[in-house]
Design a protein around this ligand. Structure first.
Ligand SMILES: *Cc1c(COP(=O)(O)O)cnc(C)c1O
Length: 461
C-alpha cells in the first residue's frame, strides 16, 4: 500500500508554516543564534519515546527546539563566510526534490532529474565560458568537487605514465606531485589526503595571494614526473584570482593536469566586468565550484566540471550487471561524482538559473561584488580601521590596529547582532573578514553593518 496524502499533508502544512515564519523573521532578527549547542543538545536529547508521535507534532517540536539555535545565514547582514542564501525558486525546487524522493543516479530510472541536471550543466558551461561537452557533476560541495577534479587528474597523469591505477593501486606507482599556491584553501590539502597523494608542493604567491607563474614553472622543473597543478579562483581573504593563462601554460608545457578551485570565485567568469581577471580559465582541465555559495542555492550543492568526460567516468563509473552503463552520450549522473547526492542537486540549480536568466545571474554576481566594494569603503572610513586587501571581489579584510583590538571588535560586533562577520588570520595579522554572498544584501544592509562595526570599534578603544 502507498501512504495516502492524508499521511503527509498535516506535517507538510506545519513545515510550510514554520518555514514561512522563519523566512519572515530573517530580515530583522539578530543574525546570530541565542543559544549554543551545549544548551540545545539536552533539549533535543529527551528520552526516545516508546510510542510513535504524530508527524505534525514532531514538526512543531522540531521548529520550537531549533528556533534559538538558528544562525540567520541568509540574512543580508550575514558576512561570516561565503555561505550564500537561498533564491526562492531554488528553495522551492529543493522542497519538490524532497517530495519526489528520487534516487537520482541514472538516466533510465530517474529521467526527469537527469534531464534537469544535464540542462543545468549546459547552462553553467555556457555562463562560465568553459568548454562545451565537459562533464558536469553535482556534489555535496566544493570539497568533493575538488576531489573529482584532482581524482581525474590522478587518473590521467598515471595513465600517461603507463601505470594502471585501477588494477595496481597507488602503492608502487610513480610519485605524483601536486603543486598549489601558498594560500590555497585548507580543503585542498584534505582532499589530497583522501586521494593518497600526500602533502602538496606550496608555490610562492604575491601580496594578494596569487600564485607566481614563474615560481610555478621553477617548482615543476625541480620535481619532474607526473604532476597536478591546483589553481585558485577566489582567495578567501583577498578575493584574488590566480593568473590563469600564464599558470596553465606553464603547467601544460610540463605535462601537468590543471585543476581550478573556484568555490565562490569561479562565478566571476559570468560577469563581463570581472571575467578578464580569469582570462585563460577555459584552458584548464577541471574546475570546482559551489552553487550553495555565490549562486544562492540551498545546501548542499557543489559542482565538478571535467573537460574530458572519458577521464572522469573512468575514475567514478561503476560497471556492474545491475547498473546499465551507457558509455556514449551524456552519461549517468552517478558516473561523474564519487558519491551521488540523492538530493538531485542539479534540480535547484536548474531552477535558480531558470529564474535568474543570464542577466539575473550576471546581476547577482556583480551585486555581491558591488556590496563588498561599498562595505570596503565604509570600513576604511572607520577611525583606526585598515582594509588590508586591494582586490575586492566579495572579500574584505579589516584590521583595527593590534590583533588584540581586532579580536575585541569582532566579539563586540557579534554580541551586537546587527551583522555577523568572522575573525580570521591573514598575513600574520588578525582580521575582521567580510564575505558577501547573499543575494538579498542591499544598500541598507551595508549601511547598518558598517554602522554596527563603527559602534563596536568606538566601544573598544
Ligand atoms: C568554501 C570553499 C571550499 C570548500 O567548499 P565546501 O562547499 O565547503 O565544501 C573550497 N575552496 C574555497 C576557495 C572555498 O571558498
Amino acid at each position: 500500500m502507498s501512504a495516502p496524502l492524508d499521511a503527509y499533508a498535516p506535517a507538510l502544512e506545519r513545515a510550510r508554516t514554520h518555514a514561512f515564519a522563519w523566512l519572515a523573521s530573517v530580515a530583522e532578527r539578530p543574525v546570530g543564534p541565542s543559544a549554543d549547542a551545549d544548551e540545545l543538545a539536552p533539549r533535543f536529547a529527551a528520552a526516545l519515546p516508546e510510542e510513535p508521535t504524530d508527524p505534525a507534532a514532531v514538526v512543531d517540536e522540531l521548529a520550537a527546539l531549533a528556533a534559538p539555535g538558528l544562525m540567520a545565514m541568509q540574512s543580508g547582514r550575514f558576512f561570516g563566510w561565503v555561505i550564500g542564501g537561498t533564491l526562492p525558486a531554488a528553495l522551492a525546487a529543493d522542497w519538490l526534490v524532497g517530495a519526489w524522493d528520487q534516487n537520482a543516479g541514472q538516466r533510465y530510472s530517474t529521467p526527469a532529474t537527469a534531464a534537469a541536471e544535464e540542462a543545468a550543466g549546459g547552462w553553467l558551461l555556457d555562463l562560465l565560458g568553459l568548454p562545451a561537452g565537459s562533464d558536469v557533476g553535482f556534489t555535496t560541495g566544493a570539497t568533493m568537487a575538488n576531489f573529482v577534479g584532482l581524482a581525474a587528474g590522478r587518473q590521467d597523469v598515471l595513465t600517461r605514465a603507463g601505470w594502471d591505477l585501477d588494477r595496481d593501486g597507488l602503492a608502487g606507482a610513480p610519485r605524483i606531485r601536486v603543486f598549489v599556491g601558498e594560500e590555497r584553501h585548507a580543503v585542498v590539502d584534505l582532499v589530497l589526503r583522501y586521494l593518497g597523494l600526500g602533502a602538496p608542493v606550496a608555490v610562492p604567491v604575491d601580496g594578494e595571494g596569487r600564485i607566481l607563474p614563474g615560481a610555478l614553472a621553477t617548482a615543476l622543473d625541480t620535481h619532474p614526473g607526473p604532476a597536478i597543478v591546483c589553481l585558485q579562483a577566489g582567495n578567501i581573504h583577498s578575493g584574488a584570482f590566480d593568473p590563469m593563462r600564464e599558470a596553465v601554460d606553464a603547467a601544460h608545457a610540463r605535462g601537468a593536469w590543471v585543476h581550478v578551485d573556484g568555490a565562490f570565485g569561479l562565478w566571476a567568469a559570468v560577469s563581463p566586468r570581472w571575467a578578464a581577471r580569469l582570462d585563460g580559465l577555459d584552458t584548464a582541465d577541471s574546475w570546482a565550484t559551489d552553487a550553495h555559495k555565490t549562486l544562492n542555492v540551498p545546501y548542499d550543492c557543489g559542482i565538478a566540471i571535467v573537460s574530458r568526460p572519458a577521464v572522469v567516468r573512468a575514475a567514478f563509473g561503476v560497471h556492474t550487471s545491475y547498473l546499465m552503463a551507457d558509455d556514449h552520450g551524456p552519461g549517468d549522473p552517478h558516473e561523474k561524482v564519487p558519491e551521488l547526492s540523492r538530493r538531485a542537486r542539479g534540480v535547484p540549480v536548474w531552477a535558480a538559473l531558470r529564474s535568474l536568466g543570464r542577466s539575473g545571474t550576471v546581476g547577482l554576481v556583480e551585486g555581491l561584488a558591488d556590496a563588498a566594494a561599498a562595505l570596503a569603503r565604509g570600513m576604511a572610513a572607520i577611525p583606526g580601521a585598515e582594509v588590508l586587501n586591494d582586490v575586492v571581489f566579495t572579500q574584505v579584510c579589516t584590521s583595527f590596529g593590534s590583533d588584540e583590538r581586532t579580536r575585541r571588535v569582532t566579539r563586540r560586533l557579534i554580541e551586537d547582532g546587527t551583522a555577523w562577520m568572522s575573525g580570521s588570520r591573514w598575513h600574520d595579522r588578525d582580521v575582521l573578514r567580510i564575505s558577501v554572498s547573499n543575494w538579498t544584501t542591499d544598500a541598507e544592509d551595508v549601511r547598518r553593518s558598517v554602522d554596527a562595526v563603527a559602534r563596536a570599534a568606538a566601544q573598544e578603544p
